[in-house]
Design a protein. Sequence first.
Lengths: 155, 260
Amino acid sequence: MSRIAASFKVVALAMLWAALVEIPGAPLSGLSLIGSAHAAPPAAHKTARPAPRPRNVDVDVDVDRRGRGRRDVDVDVDVDRRGRHKSVDVDVDVDRRPRVGAVAVGVAVGTTIAALPRSCTTVVTDDVTYHHCDGVYYRPRYSGTKVVYVVVDAP
Amino acid sequence: MNAVRSIAFGGLVFIALTPAFAKDVDQANAIEPEAAQILQQMSDYLGSLKRFTLSSESTIDTLMPSGQKIQRGAHVDVAIQRPNRLRLNRNGDDVEQEFYFDGNTLTLYGKQDGYYANLGVSKTVDIDTVLDLARTEIGVILPAADLIYQDPYEGLMADAESGTLVGTSTVGGVEVDHLAFRGRQVDWQIWIEKGDKPLPRKYVITSKWIAGGPQFTAVFSDWKTSAEFDDALFTFSPPPKAQEIGFVPLRGKFDRRGAE
C-alpha cells in the first residue's frame, strides 16, 4: 500500500500509535507499560502502517558531530518527483546533549520507551524537563505525533 | 404459510441481490471509467482550490485483545493556502494537537502536554513536499493529507484494483455519488458531491483482512472553497510554558550514517 494511506487511512491511528512505532533501541522489559499512567491504549488498531508513497527519495544524511551540546543534524533530501529534481535541506531538530556521566542501572542512553514507568519525579534544569524514574532520566520527544521518552544522562 | 413467506422473502432478497452481484463479478478486477472519472473530477477540483477550509468528524475502530471493538473519534479543522501554508487542529480522544506550516517550518504542538517540535526546511517548499518530508523524516502523517495533496487522485488510487459507482446517495443533505474501491489491503468508499463543486463529503476505509473488519470513517463539512486567512494562522507562536522537545528522526538513519 502506498500513500493511500496518507492521512485519513492512518491518521486516526496516530493516537493509537505507540504499539506500532518502531522506536530506536530496544524497549526495556523492566520499563513496560503496565500500570503506567501514560500507558498506551491496550491494543493498537491492527492495520499495519502503510509503506511510504512509491516515490524516489534519496536521503543523504550528514551528521555534524563536532562540538558538544546541542547538535543540529542537516539532512539533504533529494526528492525526485515526476522528473523534477528538487534538492531540499531538512533540519530535523535533534538535541543531543553531551553524553557525560554514567546512567544508573545500565540503561543505554538513547533507549526509547512509549510510556514512563510508574514511579517518576519531574526535574526541571535549565528550563528542560526531565523525568527521573528508578535512577534513570528521560526526556520527552515526539516520535511521529506520539510523545515518547528517551533515556538521557543525568542533567 | 411460513414456508410460503420464506420463499417469497428469499425470492425478494435474491432479486435484490442479483444485479449487484452480477455487477460485482463483472467488475471484480476493473476500475469503472465512470468511477475513476468522478474521483478525478474531485481531485482536479480540490487541486484547483487556492484557499480553503474544511472540517472532518472521524471515527476509528480499535480492536481490543478480546476482539471487542471500541470506537474512538476526532474532529479536525483544516485550513489550506496554496502553495505553502497549512494549519490543522485535531481534537479527539486523548489528542489535542495543532499543526502549522508557514512554508519553511512544520510545527506540531500538543496542547495537552505543552510540547512542540519543529521540522525545519532550509528553503520554502510547497505543501506536497512538506507532507512527504514529514512522513519520511519524522513519521508524521498529517490529518486529511489524502485530500491536501495537489493531486489527491494519485495517492488515493495508488493501490486501487477495482472501483465502481455504487449509486446516488445523500450525506448531510447533500446529493452525492457513492464510489467504492478495493485495494489489496483495504477497501474504501468515498461520497462526492454532485454538481459543479465535486467535494468529498464522506470517506470510509475498511481493513478487510483484519478480523472484525475495523473501519475508519470521516464525514466532511464546513467546506469554504475561497477562504481568506490572516497569515498568523499558519505561524506557530509558542505559549509561554510550551516546551520544545524535538522529533525522533525516523528509522534511526542519523545514527546509522553518522556512527562514530
